[in-house]
Design a protein around this ligand. Structure first.
Ligand code: NI
Length: 179
């Protein structure tokens, strides 16, 4: 295992479309090594998710770390496919290991259908809502060369994470719409 270099916004690799895994490729040694490197890299950067293109591998695999009270759940998704359910949106402040030091306000679909292959190469289909749905949408976007900054609807809701008071900034920008 190795901590890999995380590509930063501006690197054209982050703008490419990653390629699908063959199902038979999922349980190979090289894939296991890639996933292990992704976890080690994510942990060393204190991230909650990572997509393979962020370490320069244009393959359709993402990892996420979902927090549940005192513990967390790690998941690996190969060839994930998202279908939106409804048009209800959920807004949140997002950050990205490829855009280090910044946060931005993004609205995404609240509820999704998520299809993917797990590490045992078994197909899974789930319905996911809320914060977890935001995480999956953010990570899967990386597989299509999309960064959260592309999804922002107001570039004023973007700033350095150690400067941005998310509550204050949002209130300020919201009031300027009507003022
Ligand atoms: Ni990201």
């Amino acid at each position: 295992m190795a901590v890999r270099t995380i590509l930063r916004a501006g690197n054209p690799i982050l703008r490419e479309r990653a390629t699908e895994f063959e199902v038979g490729e999922i349980q190979t040694e090289s894939t296991r090594k890639l996933v292990a490197d992704m976890f080690e890299t994510m942990e060393s950067a204190n991230g909650q998710g990572l997509a393979a293109p962020q370490i320069g591998e244009l393959k359709r695999v993402v990892i996420v770390r979902l927090f549940r009270q005192e513990e967390y759940i790690d998941r690996v998704l190969f060839n994930p496919k998202i279908t939106v359910i409804g048009d209800s949106k959920l807004g949140s402040w997002e950050g990205c290991l490829s855009v280090p030091g910044f946060v931005g306000y993004v609205e995404r679909i609240r509820k999704i259908k998520l299809e993917f292959y797990n590490e045992s190469a078994k197909k899974n289909v789930e319905t996911v809502e809320g914060y977890d749905a935001v995480v999956y949408q953010h990570e899967c976007d990386h597989l299509d060369g999309i960064l959260y900054t592309d999804r922002m609807i107001d570039s004023r809701l973007f700033g350095f994470d150690d400067v941005t008071d998310t509550q204050e900034l949002k209130a300020l920008v919201r009031s300027s719409y009507t003022g």
